[in-house]
Design a protein around this ligand. Sequence first.
Ligand code: PLP
Length: 485
Amino acid sequence: MKEYKLDQNQAPIAEAMETHSLKRTVAFDVPGHKQGKGNPMLRDFLGEQCLRYDVNSRKDLDNLCHPVGVILDAERLAADAFGAGHAFFIVNGTTAAVQAMIFAVLKAGDKIILPRNVHRSVIYALILTGAIPVYVNPGIHPELGIPLGMSLKDVEKTILANPDAKAVFVNNPTYYGICSDMVGIVNLAHSHNIQVLADEAHGTHFYFKEGLPISAMAAGADMAAVSMHKTGGSLTQSSMLLIKDEKRMGEIRQVLNLTHTTSGSYLLLASLDITRKFLALEGEKVFKKVVELTEYARQEIGQIEGYYAFSQDIVNHDSVFAFDQTKLTIHTRGIGLAGIELYDLLRDEYDIQVELGDLGNILAIVGVGDSKKQIERLISALQDIKDEYEQDDKDMIAYDYINPIVKVSPQKAYYADKTKVKIIESLNRISGEQIMVYPPGIPIIAPGELITQEAIDYIVYAKERGSFLTGIEDTAIEEIAVLED
Ligand SMILES: Cc1ncc(COP(=O)(O)O)c(C=O)c1O
């Protein structure tokens, strides 16, 4: 087991909540359900203990906006476990952590170097700050059609062309498990006085298992947004923002407080506290099992002609610098089905829910709670679907990434005068909105970008195949807001 400086057996927030719940305090404060007594329907649904623990900030339980007690202690334990200078607990999802990183480093007009296959939260942060994106084309895997990582060469070229950039933003890893050269990018960016911000929404486990790609903190990045609630196993919406330099704690806390709730949920905070303890004590063992399961699944799926479950074989030490073996992505075009079609079949016909289906792949998240039996069910359903539904793959779109043509900044586009037009008639207009398939939530078009025929074809095709499109005001996905001429 890894060596830690602090005693990782502690869980200060959870322990304080337990002590608190044993007291016979008469509560004349919020929440108004008063330990569930005032809302029996909710108490029956969620359970008595859950509502007893749903409390508000009190002196003995500390305050998320200004922690000086058990929350600060729990954050310090998390920083120790993740090798960070400080770890901020977040209850507004990783969206809040991603946005705080950007708010902390960039102001209106500042440049940020980033791949375009970022989550929508990044684009919204650019709208809010007025920062200017300088995109690095991540390239597309020729067979799989998925966007890759940023190559070090391309980052260097972009930095040299934009020496005034304030930050480089890196996905570590992408949804599909692809990593850029984190150490190379950190060293390069720092030598130009540029900060490195990492989106580790899908990389919590990197901190706890040897042999997986390097974590942002270990690589020396300045900040990282880590979705504890994804592969870490905490409650949905709980997340963390890690910073390398502890001296920046006060400054970054103030940035977080720009948007963070003043009523941080103690259910979420306790879930972060307990999950950190669990990962520090058991993480190595847990993720070893996850890797064994995914490797087994890949081996078996590889026997079924038409599917391709990729792994380390796609590593090219450049745009795919490293691969996260815990991700089980299966390429589906070989059986003539789009990923989203397979996603729907698995759910509707086999009662199997996978994380996402895009145009050419499905992604199954294998986690600590999975067993070989569940993997067998997935494998046999995949075999069945091939036998029943395989078809000719002509007319399928073969890529899941469109290189953007940026005309104006996201903020300028968002606040510009706009008009609505039919998506199919929006060719060569500048978009005022972002539209994406969710998940993964990577915009097909972002505000300020030229709408190309390729983008229109992609949207029409994704809609026809049953993808869940979102981001624009028109929920029927017929019309898009474009800048007035
Ligand atoms: C890469 C990436 N970053 C950030 C987020 C935002 O996370 P959350 O949904 O917790 O706000 C997501 C969510 O899916 C994501 O995939």
